[in-house]
Every structure is written in structure tokens, then in C-alpha cells.
Design a binder for this molecule. Structure first.
Ligand SMILES: O=C(O)CCC(=O)C(=O)O
Ligand SMILES: [Fe+2]
Length: 313
């Protein structure tokens, strides 16, 4: 590991946040993004200022968002929203916003792979191979008061279009050495972002495999604010929750995940996802890109689970 610690850039004071944890900020420089992912896996919350602009991705994401809006809304409404999804709820109902989200997921899936690869390459050497997940989360959170009572279009969109209660990603499908990239496309403000519970980091917590069970002390939440283009890095083991959106802006974030070293999966996890070795991309071995993550205890457990499922048990 050669990179400096993910401390504040150029001696600036850490940005204050509510709660006990400071949000560390770093600025990309001519040599890339000076972040130690080990520090992130130790529980640090790190904002890479202008990270999406640094890799030249923000304009493309906005352009695709404008196309998805144009496809889902009548002309007048689409023109009003344009690429600025923070206004979406003013001109679109929940069903239309759900359609934009679904369309954007398809449109951005291949590009998000490039984005993650570009970020991984811009990072300082981490002293470990980085494995990249195909997961992409398009998270468009309209103000709560504008979200309809919830018909079929909201089913399964918890954390993507409706708030997600406190959880740890590694309880279900995320490796324990995974780092989340929570990438702000529009502004993230107090009242529409994510809450983190740093005191609960890697503490044993009771949960139902999906969500924290009530009645456990988890400490005060840290409330994170980001500017468009900022990338928040946080460990997949962090306890976090969507803040029900009380602002008058729709919040628009895209998420990706990468693993520091060979993925390690918790034995009790309820799900599993592969991570790819990007060195094999574009080679004739590309179809083997997930083999290393399959050749783990977690990968084998998942293969057995799938085989048992096929056997009808
Ligand atoms: O964006 C949200 O509100 C939920 C995000 C989340 O849970 C995640 O990225 O793991
Ligand atoms: Fe999460």
C-alpha cells in the first residue's frame, strides 16, 4: 500500500458532519485519487470530491438520464425535467419515475462498468488486487410526500426509489472486504441522503438477514452531504439507512461495489454476488473473470445452494 491515508486533502479541516464520525474528503489530483481503501475498510467514510468529473463520467450519466426522462414522460414534462432529476417529482408521478429508474438501469449498466474500472485505475496502488462487481444501483429518491401510496411499481424498489431501513450490505450479498461507491449525480443534502452509524461498525447486531432488528444501541447517526459528482466510499460492513427524503429535491445517486483482494463472504449471508477480475476483460479469458470469486468458500456455498434449489429441495 503506497497511497497516503484518506485524510483531508491539502491539510484542510475535515468536513463536519452530525454524529461522531468525520467525513474525510480527498481531491483527485494529477496522479489520481489519493485514497487508502484499507482505511475505508477500517470504517472511514471518504468523499472523493468531483470524482465522477475527474474520470469524465458525469456528463454521460446526465445525458443518459435526460434520454430516460424523454422516453418515460410526455414531451412537456420531459423538457421541464431535462437532465436535472432533482426536479423529477414536480413533473412526473411515481410510476413515471419508476420507469425512468428502470430504463436508466439498463442504459447505464455497461457504462457503469467502465466508470468503476476507471475509478479503480485512478486509485493509488492498494497492495491488493481489486475485484469489481457487476452490481449497479440506480437510486432516485423523490421527496417522501410526493411518493404515491405504492402500487406494484414500488415493489422491490426499497433503497432504489423508497427508503431502506438500517442494514449492513454484507448481511445479504456483499463481501466483507467490499467498498461501496455511492456516487452523487445530483446534490445530496441533509434530509435526503444516507445515515451511517459509525459506533455500530462491525459490532454484532441482531437482524433478519435484511434489516436491523429494533431495540439495539447503535449510536448517533452521521449525516452525509455531497455535491454532484462526489463519490462517497464506505465499507460494505457499515450500518446505514436511507434518510426518508424530507427535502424538496429528488435525490439521484448511482452505486457500484469493488472488493479489496479476493472477495470474502460472510458465512451467514443470505445471498451472494460474483466480483470480476478486470484484468481478464477484453481478453479471450473474459468468461473466466468471476472464477476467483466463485472459488471461495462463499462461492462454493452459493453453488451448493443453487444446486439444491434446482433439485427442488
Ligand atoms: O441510497 C440509498 O438510500 C440506499 C443505499 C444503500 O443502501 C447502498 O448503497 O448500499
Ligand atoms: Fe446498503
Amino acid at each position: 500500500m503506497t497511497g497516503p491515508d484518506a485524510g483531508p486533502a491539502s491539510g484542510a479541516a475535515p468536513r463536519p458532519v452530525a454524529g461522531p464520525a468525520a467525513l474525510h474528503t480527498v481531491e483527485p489530483g494529477p496522479y489520481g485519487i489519493p485514497v487508502s481503501l484499507r482505511h475505508v475498510l477500517d470504517g472511514a467514510l471518504v468523499a472523493v470530491k468531483g470524482g465522477l468529473r475527474h474520470i469524465g463520467a458525469l456528463a454521460t450519466i446526465r445525458r443518459e438520464a435526460a434520454r430516460a426522462v424523454a422516453a418515460a414522460l410526455p414531451e412537456g414534462g420531459a423538457a421541464q425535467v431535462s437532465g436535472a432529476l432533482e426536479n423529477a417529482h414536480r413533473h412526473a408521478d411515481t410510476t413515471q419515475i419508476a420507469a425512468v429508474r428502470t430504463d436508466l438501469e439498463t442504459r447505464l449498466r455497461p457504462f457503469s462498468r467502465t466508470v468503476l474500472h476507471d475509478v479503480a485505475r485512478a486509485l493509488d496502488p492498494q497492495g491488493a488486487r481489486l475485484y469489481l462487481s457487476g452490481h449497479v444501483g440506480i437510486r432516485i429518491m423523490p421527496p417522501q410526500r410526493s411518493v404515491g401510496a405504492g402500487g406494484g411499481e414500488l415493489a422491490g424498489l426499497e433503497g432504489f426509489l423508497t427508503p431502506r431501513d438500517a442494514h449492513v450490505d454484507s448481511w445479504f450479498n456483499t463481501a466483507v472486504n467490499s467498498v461501496n461507491l455511492w456516487m452523487a449525480v445530483g446534490p445530496v443534502r441533509s434530509g435526503n441522503g444516507l445515515l451511517f452509524y459509525p459506533d455500530a461498525y462491525r459490532r454484532p447486531l441482531r437482524h433478519d438477514g435484511h434489516t436491523l432488528l429494533p431495540g439495539q444501541p447503535i449510536g448517533a447517526p452521521a449525516d452525509i452531504e455531497l455535491d454532484p459528482g462526489d463519490i462517497l466510499l464506505f465499507a460494505g460492513d457499515h450500518l446505514h439507512a436511507s434518510q426518508p427524503n424530507t427535502t424538496d429535491e429528488t435525490r439521484f445517486v448511482i452505486t457500484k461495489r469493488l472488493c479489496v483482494g479476493v472477495p470474502r463472504y460472510p458465512s451467514g449471508a443470505t445471498g451472494w454476488v460474483p466480483y470480476e477480475d478486470p484484468r481478464l476483460w477484453g481478453t479471450r479469458w473474459e468468461s473466466w473473470a468471476t472464477w476467483r470469486s466463485r472459488l471461495t468458500a462463499g462461492g462454493v456455498r452459493d453453488a451448493l445452494r443453487t444446486a439444491r434449489g434446482r433439485g427442488g429441495r
